[in-house]
Design a protein around this ligand. Structure first.
Ligand SMILES: NC(=O)c1ccc[n+]([C@@H]2O[C@H](COP(=O)([O-])OP(=O)(O)OC[C@H]3O[C@@H](n4cnc5c(N)ncnc54)[C@H](O)[C@@H]3O)[C@@H](O)[C@H]2O)c1
Ligand SMILES: [Zn+2]
Length: 671
C-alpha cells in the first residue's frame, strides 16, 4: 500500500471512530489503539507534506455537536491535548519547553503544574457579575452546544459565586464527570432494562449532558472539576494561583494539583498518582502537565489542535496473559444469556481476576476464542476486567472454537435472538429457574420492595424449598415453614416475615418497578404510576394510551401489555392486592381535580411556552381527560404548541379534529 493510500485509509477510519466516540458516545476501539493510529497518521503526514489536508482528523478537534442544541461560538477555541503513554516523552517535553523558553538554570526547570486528567467531557462556563450565564460543550473547538439548563442541575457547580475578587466577566473550563458510584447504578439500571450499557463513565457523562430532559440529568448525579481560567482581568499571572482563586469562589479544583520545578519531581508525581488515582471517586485516564507561567504559555503558543505548553500523560491499562478454563453461559433475570470466560486466576492491578464477561455472541466471535486459549486480560485500576485478545500462537492443536449454546443451559429451552441485537434469550420466562430467582431477588431488593432478610442466597433457598414460587408467595410464608430450613434461624425467619409485612406500605410506583416488567426500570415505573395512578388503569391501557404517557415508547408499551396479558401474572396481581399492597397512588387534593375534560381524548403536539408537555398531560388527567399519542377520529381536540408537525396538522384537518392553542386550553379549564 502506498503512503497516500494508507493516509486516506487512516483518515477515514479515524473519522469513523471519532463519530462513534464523540457523537454516539459508544467507542468502537480502545483509546490506545486510536492514539496509535493517530500517531501513525501524524508521522505519515509529516513525511509527506504533499498529501496534507486541513480537514484531516490530525488537525481537528473531535466534534461532539449534536442535533437539537443551539450552538454558541467560543471566545477562544477549545482545543485538545497532545498525549503520550511514556514518561520519557513527558521528560522530553519539559526539556523542550525549557529550551524554547531559553531557560538555562541547570537542574531547575520552568515551573510545571501537574493535575489529574479527569475522564469526562469538557465544558466551558461563562460567569458575569458572579452568576453563571452559559454552559457550552467543546463542540468542534470553535463552537459548541449550549447545555446551560442541564449544567444548572449539577449541584457542585456554583450558580452564584462565593467570596470576592472574581473578574466581572470570565470563562472557566473543566470536566463534567459521572462518579463511579453513579455510573455503576446507571449501568445496573440499564442492564436490568436491557438497554445498551455505557462503555465507561466518560461516555455516560457525555451522553447524559446531551439529554433533552433536565430532570433526568439531575437524577443521574453528574459532578464537575475545573482546570482552566480565562479572563482579561485574571487574579494572578500564573495558572496555579488562578486555580486556587477559583477554588475560593466555589469551584471544585482537585487538591491533587501540584506545583513542581524539576523533572525528578514530575517523574515521582507520575508514579505516586498512578496509584492514588485508584482511590478516587471518579474516573481518570491520565495526568496533565502545564507550564505554570501565563507569559511562558503565551511564548510557547499553540498548534492547530493543542497548546504547546501542556501535555497529557495517559495511563495504560495493565494487561496479563492467562489460560481459559471454560466458558460458562449465565441466564439473567430477563432471560439474556451472557457468556463468561472462567480463567486461571491471575493478578492484575492488585486484584485476582478469575472471571470476565464476554458480553454476547458477537464478541466471542470477533475475538475468535478457542478452547483452552491463552487470553489477554486488561484491567485499569478500577475498571472491570476485559478480554482484549487471544494469543493464537499458543493455541493447542485441534482446539475447537467456542460455540455459543443453542439451548438454555438451565432449562434446555431453545434460545431466541432479539431481532437486530446481539443478545440471545431463553424465552421460558415463567419456567426457567435462574430467571424466576432473578425476579424474586429483584422484588425484595432495596430499590424495589426492600424486604429485609431475603438476600440473594435466601431467594434461591426459598424457591428451591418450594416455599416461594412467585412474588406473591412472600406474603403467605409462615414462621414454622421457614424454621424448617437449615440455613434460616428463628431470628432471620422473623426478619423475613416482618420485611414482607412492612413492604405492604411501599408506594405504588415501586410496586410497578418490583414486578420485573421488561424495560421498566425505576424511572419508567414512576412515569407509569404517575400516568395511570392505579393498577387497574395500568392493566387496562391500550398501546396508544400508554404511549401518550411521557417517555413511554412503543417498546415499553408492548412489554407492559404483554406482561398483563399473561394469566398467571394477573393472578399474582390479584393476590398482591388481596394481601394489602399499595395498588394506587394516594388521592390528589380534591380541590385540584375536576371533570371539566371528562370523556375527552386529547393529543398534545409541539412545544409550549407556559407549561411543559408533562404539566399539560397532568392537567388533562386531573381534569378527567385522557391523553392519546396519535390523532384519530376519536380525538376530541389537539392541544398544539409551536412546531407542531405539518403531517399531524394535515391529519387533524382531514379528520375535522379541532386544533387549539395553549391559551385557549387554559381558558377552558377556568370556565
Ligand atoms: N476509542 C476511540 O475510538 C476514540 C475516538 C476518539 C477519541 N478517543 C480518545 O480521545 C482522545 C482525544 O480526545 P480529546 O481531544 O478529548 O483529548 P483528551 O481527552 O485526550 O484530552 C483533552 C481533554 O482532556 C480533558 N481534561 C481532563 N482533565 C484535564 C486537565 N486537568 N486539564 C486540561 N484538560 C483536561 C479536557 O476535556 C480536554 O478537552 C484520544 O487521544 C483518544 O484517546 C478515542
Ligand atoms: Zn431457561
Amino acid at each position: 500500500m502506498s503512503a497516500q493510500q494508507r493516509i486516506t485509509e487512516l483518515r477515514k477510519e479515524l473519522d469513523r471512530l471519532n463519530h462513534a466516540y464523540y457523537v454516539e458516545n459508544s467507542p468502537l476501539a480502545s483509546d490506545y489503539d486510536y492514539d496509535m493510529m493517530m500517531k501513525e497518521l501524524e508521522k505519515l503526514e509529516s513525511e509527506h507534506p504533499e498529501f496534507d489536508d486541513p480537514l484531516s482528523p490530525s488537525h481537528r478537534v473531535g466534534s461532539d455537536i449534536t442535533k437539537g442544541f443551539t450552538q454558541v461560538a467560543h471566545v477562544r477555541p477549545m482545543l485538545s491535548l497532545g498525549n503520550t503513554y511514556s514518561v520519557e516523552e513527558v521528560d522530553d517535553w519539559i526539556r523542550r519547553c525549557n529550551d524554547l523558553l531559553g531557560n538555562l538554570e541547570g537542574l531547575k526547570s520552568v515551573p510545571i503544574v501537574g493535575e489529574m486528567k479527569f475522564d469526562g467531557t469538557s465544558i466551558s462556563l461563562i460567569y458575569e457579575n458572579g452568576r453563571l450565564v452559559r454552559a457550552v460543550t467543546r463542540g468542534d473547538g470553535e463552537k459548541g452546544d449550549d447545555v446551560t439548563e442541564n449544567v444548572k442541575t449539577i449541584r457542585s457547580i456554583p450558580l452564584v459565586l462565593q467570596g470576592s475578587g472574581y473578574p466581572q466577566s470570565f470563562e472557566i473550563r473543566g470536566e463534567i464527570v459521572l462518579p463511579w458510584k453513579a455510573f455503576d447504578r446507571l449501568n445496573e439500571e440499564r442492564a436490568f432494562n436491557e438497554e445498551p450499557l455505557f462503555a465507561n463513565p466518560r461516555n455516560a457523562a457525555a451522553g447524559t449532558l446531551k439529554m433533552q430532559n433536565s430532570a433526568e440529568v439531575s437524577r443521574r448525579g453528574l459532578d464537575a472539576y475545573f482546570y482552566y481560567l480565562i479572563s482579561d482581568e485574571l487574579p494572578a499571572d500564573n495558572h496555579y494561583d488562578n486555580m486556587i482563586a477559583a477554588r475560593s469562589w466555589g469551584f471544585k479544583v482537585s487538591n491533587l494539583m501540584t506545583l513542581m520545578d524539576s523533572i525528578e519531581e514530575v517523574d515521582s508525581f507520575i508514579t505516586r498518582l498512578d496509584q492514588e488515582r485508584k482511590e478516587l471517586p471518579v474516573a481518570t485516564d491520565g495526568l496533565v502537565f502545564k507550564v505554570n507561567s501565563l507569559r511562558q504559555q503565551l511564548n510557547l503558543g499553540y498548534t492547530s489542535k493543542s497548546p504547546r505548553w501542556a501535555i497529557a500523560y495517559k495511563f495504560s491499562a495493565e494487561r496479563a496473559l492467562t489460560c481459559l478454563r471454560f466458558v460458562s453461559f449465565e441466564v439473567g433475570r430477563m432471560g439474556v444469556i451472557t457468556p463468561v470466560a472462567n480463567l486461571e486466576p491471575v493478578l492484575l492491578s492488585g486484584t485476582i481476576v478469575k472471571r470476565a464477561s464476554l458480553h454476547n455472541e458477537d464478541i466471542v466471535k470477533t475475538l475468535g476464542i478457542h478452547e483452552h486459549d491463552m487470553l489477554y486480560v486488561e484491567k485499569g485500576g478500577e475498571i472491570i476486567p476485559k478480554i482484549t485478545g487471544v494469543d493464537e500462537a499458543a493455541r493447542e492443536e485441534g482446539a475447537m472454537p467456542i460455540k455459543f449454546v443453542t439451548h438454555c443451559p438451565d432449562c434446555g429451552t431453545s434460545l431466541v435472538r432479539i431481532p437486530g441485537e446481539a443478545a440471545w434469550l431463553c424465552p421460558n420466562k415463567y419456567g426457567c429457574r435462574p430467571q424466576i430467582i432473578g425476579r424474586l431477588e429483584h422484588y425484595v431488593g432495596r430499590h424495589a420492595m426492600d424486604i429485609d432478610g431475603v438476600g440473594e442466597e435466601n431467594a434461591a433457598l426459598l424457591y428451591d424449598a418450594g416455599l416461594v414460587r412467585n412474588i406473591a408467595d412472600f406474603y403467605i410464608l409462615q414462621a414454622s415453614d421457614l424454621e424448617q430450613l437449615d440455613r434460616i434461624g428463628p431470628r432471620s425467619a422473623q426478619r423475613i416475615l416482618e420485611g414482607a409485612e412492612k413492604s405492604k406500605s411501599v408506594s405504588f410506583d415501586r410496586v410497578v418497578y418490583a414486578l420485573s416488567i421488561p424495560f421498566v426500570g425505576e424511572t419508567v415505573a414512576k412515569k407509569l404510576a404517575k400516568g395511570t395512578r392505579d393498577i387497574d388503569t395500568l392493566m387496562g391501557m391500550s398501546r396508544d394510551e400508554l404511549v401518550a404517557i411521557d417517555d413511554i415508547g412503543p417498546r415499553i408499551a408492548d412489554a407492559v401489555i404483554e406482561y398483563f396479558s399473561v394469566e398467571s401474572n394477573r393472578e399474582i396481581i390479584n393476590r398482591l392486592r388481596e394481601y394489602g399492597l399499595q395498588m394506587s397512588l394516594p388521592e390528589e387534593e380534591e380541590s385540584e381535580k375536576s371533570d371539566l375534560l371528562a370523556g375527552k381524548t386529547i393529543v398534545i403536539s409541539g412545544v409550549f411556552a407556559r407549561h411543559s408537555r408533562e404539566e399539560y398531560k397532568e392537567m388533562i388527567e386531573r381534569n378527567g381527560g385522557k391523553n392519546s399519542g396519535s390523532i384519530s377520529k376519536k380525538t376530541s381536540f389537539v392541544l398544539a404548541g409551536d412546531n407542531m408537525g405539518p403531517a399531524k396538522l394535515e391529519k387533524a384537518k382531514s379528520l375535522g379534529v379541532p386544533v387549539i392553542n395553549e391559551d385557549r386550553f387554559l381558558e377552558m379549564l377556568t370556565e
